[in-house]
Ligand binder design. Structure first.
Ligand SMILES: NC(=O)c1ccc[n+]([C@@H]2O[C@H](COP(=O)([O-])OP(=O)(O)OC[C@H]3O[C@@H](n4cnc5c(N)ncnc54)[C@H](OP(=O)(O)O)[C@@H]3O)[C@@H](O)[C@H]2O)c1
Length: 348
């Protein structure tokens, strides 16, 4: 497909069909974007797509096509990853480590800087507690740590971008795929969450997808590398108690009658609750319960995340109110998508 001339650089974007990739496409209108797609097609104005597999040499492309692509690309943005906690370690490592090594080889060949999307939770691998059932965050976090190391050892000019939990667009709540936090807040909105293994004062760190996208897009244009950018709420992140209050307020505005969940310690769940109840639950509920435990365990600390994204040119810091409004927008979008309302849309 022919592309009209763009003032910005030519960008190779991996993971374009995913949560971060979709949000980023909206911010790269002035760039010639080539999306390295895998299974899902990417529908966006004025982008070209190349179908490939990052786990394969030359991304599975014909070597000549790979060389042509490298000749064209000015900047690589690497968003593709296995992000689920339930995916087996071979698949996770294959894409997150080997795939990143293949992306590095491409960036070297193209002599292009790399914008690599990692996760703020690389610093919380010690909280992963060897996982719960099939939910194994330590596998995902280990793979993301090794990918960062591969970049550090590669000599390729790069920035590392570390978001916390990514939620939907700050205004519409729209997101390519609902995330673990949606599932937890969704259980609350379904009145199916009697307890939460969190301390009420713990900060629940999440950021809207458009903030993450703005940071990456700005780095693409700035052309500066060698930085690490923490895209997190940090001290502005709301507490668990406040996050629950926001979900309850939204629930009330949708006409839902909800019970307040009880905050319990992770230790209590690990020692007393999970061993007694887990086997009695149907398999799907076991998985959901374990996913919730695995995710909340990563917040089981009084230490907020570092936050440095506001050092990126043109990106203003979000206030607690901005983050809370983004949460409400995300959860309203989720509730509507799942039909969780007793009031008409107009009344809601
Ligand atoms: N979402 C979050 O809350 C969050 C938080 C912090 C950090 N991050 C990081 O942000 C980045 C983007 O995450 P995300 O949530 O946007 O991911 P996502 O929604 O799960 O999307 C993953 C992307 O990877 C692609 N992909 C999978 N296997 C591939 C392969 N073999 N070759 C090429 N592409 C492949 C997928 O394409 P197909 O679907 O077509 O296979 C999809 O576009 C990741 O590095 C993640 O670790 C995410």
């Amino acid at each position: 497909m022919a592309i009209t001339a763009k003032s910005g650089p030519t960008v190779l974007l991996t993971g374009a069909s995913g949560v971060v990739g979709q949000a980023l496409l909206e911010q790269l209108g002035d760039c010639a974007v080539v999306c390295l797609t895998h299974r899902k097609p990417v529908c966006a104005h004025q982008v070209t797509t190349v179908r490939g597999d990052l786990t394969l040499p030359y991304f599975g492309l014909d070597p000549a096509a790979y060389g042509d692509l490298a000749d064209r690309v000015d900047v690589v943005v690497h968003c593709a990853a296995v992000t689920g906690f339930g995916v087996d370690s071979n698949r996770t490592n294959d894409l997150n480590i080997r795939g990143t090594e293949n992306v590095l080889a491409f960036a070297r060949r193209a002599q292009a800087p790399l914008q690599h999307v990692s996760t703020a939770f690389v610093t919380r691998h010690n909280l992963a507690r060897n996982g719960y059932g099939s939910a194994r965050p330590e596998v995902y976090l280990g793979s993301k740590r090794l990918a960062e190391q591969a970049i550090a050892n590669s000599g390729v000019a790069a920035n590392i971008i570390r978001p916390s939990v990514v939620i939907g667009d700050s205004v519409t709540g729209r997101i390519a795929q609902f995330q673990g936090l949606h599932a937890i807040a969704g259980a609350l909105l379904k009145d199916a969450l009697p307890m939460l293994p969190l301390q009420p004062g713990t900060r629940i760190d999440f950021v809207p997808q458009d903030l993450v996208a703005r940071v990456i897009a700005s780095l693409v244009r700035a052309g500066k590398t060698g930085g690490e950018y923490w895209v997190t709420g940090g001290n502005a992140a709301p507490t668990a108690a406040r996050t629950i209050e926001l979900a309850m307020t939204l629930g009330a505005s949708l006409g839902l009658e909800l019970g307040m969940p009880r905050f319990v310690s992770h230790d209590m769940v690990d020692r007393l609750i999970r061993p007694v109840f887990i086997d009695a639950l149907p398999k799907a509920q076991q998985r959901r319960f374990d996913d919730m435990l695995a995710m909340t365990a990563l917040f089981d600390t009084a230490e907020p995340f570092t936050s440095t994204y506001h050092h990126v040119p043109g990106v203003a810091p979000l206030t607690t109110e901005d983050i809370e409004d983004a949460f409400t927008a995300s959860m309203r979008h989720y509730a509507r998508a799942k039909g969780l309302t007793r009031l008409s849309e107009a009344a809601a």
